[in-house]
Design a protein around this ligand. Structure first.
Ligand SMILES: NC(=O)c1ccc[n+]([C@@H]2O[C@H](COP(=O)([O-])OP(=O)(O)OC[C@H]3O[C@@H](n4cnc5c(N)ncnc54)[C@H](OP(=O)(O)O)[C@@H]3O)[C@@H](O)[C@H]2O)c1
Length: 428
């Protein structure tokens, strides 16, 4: 068995491509079902966030498994394999293991060390279990990744500073505008990222905020979390009227199509009114045609790289602290993985000995005849089981405890040869 990951991220693909590949949560069940229908995919987990889409698989045949995932991605995104391939990365076994540990730790994030990714990895694990696409190997891998992510945040300084895409978006606004605190701001969406936007805007002194959402209740709930501020709330349908009075608009909804475009803005914007749009959604909420408007400055998640580059050096130093810890977690996974190698040999040996025991017992009992009491039969049965278990105990323990990979392989080969075992290899 092999682990592989095929994916793309903010490092390999622009937002225009990432949004085509994004798999919203309601589609995860059917996507995992489709992937498991391919002949070489044994286990699968899909991690889909604004910055990445990664498909982790367990496969007997790496090359075929990767080809099947690529095929799936091409069908899902309607991009032809050659144009898709230039954005994809493929990592195998140890590299795939180290990658998910780094992702969970926030070390592969656009905003290094951001906290949301750990919850997203946890959700991938939960959905994989719920849809039974994650079995023994990916279950263990994702547990190890979650442990790594938690340890990095509690044992190193990488998690300090409450950084997120939302905080970077607010930093960008501050960099680009003369006086952020005085701006009239609208936030489209009232979910997790919008809450962080409100929090960071308030910390910058902004007090003219309006939250707009598809359902008013959620916008009101969010506003209530900041009782010191007088935050307005509106329905998304009132968007154009609200925007006409704004200097800055953040968009962070899970809509899969743009909700704001040139035509809508032209209807409400006065000719000389300047507007800044910062869209942190993937798929994007703001249509690219707004860039054709001279009085509108529009940014998306990829534009946050400029802000992030500023504090990247200090965070990179912090990340080095975390790498050592991730090595330990990768090592722990490797020890577990190696121990799996012995499973097939051990169960094959047990099966063979158990068959011999049952056959010999049956012969002996039939010779003893029917007058031999049931109670005596039970004693003999227990005696044979006891002897088999005691004989097998030491070799099993020794085999599992052997840390040296080559020495363990030699032991398994010797066992297979001496007992003439027909082992179907789990690993190759
Ligand atoms: N979570 C992250 O770490 C993260 C990081 C960077 C960027 N993002 C991106 O930011 C966006 C929001 O993420 P989130 O984590 O804040 O999501 P969330 O907590 O699930 O909230 C989703 C928001 O989107 C609204 N919404 C959903 N479907 C909609 C539709 N068809 N039209 C209009 N509004 C709709 C919801 O409105 P209702 O309340 O009415 O359902 C809710 O306000 C996503 O595009 C995501 O990719 C997320």
């Amino acid at each position: 068995m092999h682990i592989a990951v095929v994916g793309l991220s903010h490092k390999t693909a622009p937002v225009e491509v990432r949004e085509k590949l994004s798999i919203p949560e309601p589609q995860i069940e059917s996507a995992t079902g489709q992937l498991l229908n391919y002949p070489h995919i044994e286990e699968v987990a899909i991690l889909s966030t604004c910055n990445r889409l990664e498909i982790y698989i367990v496969t007997q045949e790496t090359e075929q498994g990767i080809r099947e995932v690529t095929q799936f991605l091409s069908e899902h995104s309607k991009l032809l394999v050659p144009s898709l391939r230039q954005h994809l990365f493929v990592l195998l076994h140890q590299d795939a293991v180290m990658h998910i540990l780094r992702v969970a730790a926030g070390l592969d994030s656009l905003v290094l060390g951001e906290g949301q990714i750990l919850a997203q990895v946890k959700n991938t694990h939960k959905l994989g279990q719920q849809y039974q696409s994650i079995k023994t190997i990916l279950n263990r891998l994702f547990k190890q990744a979650l442990t790594a992510g938690k340890r990095v945040r509690s044992e190193t300084s990488i998690g300090t500073g409450a950084v997120s895409i939302s905080s970077a978006a607010v930093e960008l606004a501050q960099m680009k505008l003369d006086n952020l605190a005085a701006c009239q701001v609208a936030i489209l969406g009232a979910g997790k990222m919008s809450r962080l936007l409100v929090q960071h805007l308030i910390s910058k002194g902004t007090d003219r905020i309006c939250i707009l959402n598809r359902s008013l209740g959620r916008a009101e709930e969010l506003a209530k979390q900041f009782p010191e501020e007088s935050i307005r709330t509106c329905l998304l349908t009132e968007m154009t009227a609200v925007i006409s009075e704004c200097d800055l608009v953040f968009t962070s909804t899970s809509a899969t199509e743009p909700i704001l475009d040139r035509a809508k803005l032209e209807m409400v914007l006065e000719p000389n009114r300047c507007l800044m749009l910062i869209d942190i959604s993937v798929p994007r909420n703001v249509h690219a045609n707004v860039n054709e408007m001279t009085n509108v400055q529009a940014f998306n998640v990829d534009d946050l790289k400029a802000v992030v580059a500023q504090n990247q050096e200090s965070r990179r130093r912090m990340a080095q602290e975390a790498e050592g810890l991730l090595e330990q977690e990768a090592e722990a996974f490797d020890v577990w993985w190696r121990s799996l190698e012995t499973v097939t040999t051990i169960s094959c040996l047990r099966d063979k000995i158990e068959t011999i025991r049952e056959q010999e017992l049956e012969k002996a009992l039939s010779r003893l005849g029917s007058e031999f009491a049931e109670k005596h039969q039970e004693v003999i049965e227990a005696l044979t089981r006891g002897i088999v278990n005691k004989i097998l105990h030491d070799p099993m323990v020794q085999l599992r405890a052997q840390q040296d990979v080559e020495a363990r392989r030699r032991c398994m080969q010797t066992l297979q040869m001496l007992f003439n075992l027909d082992v179907e290899e789990l690993f190759s």
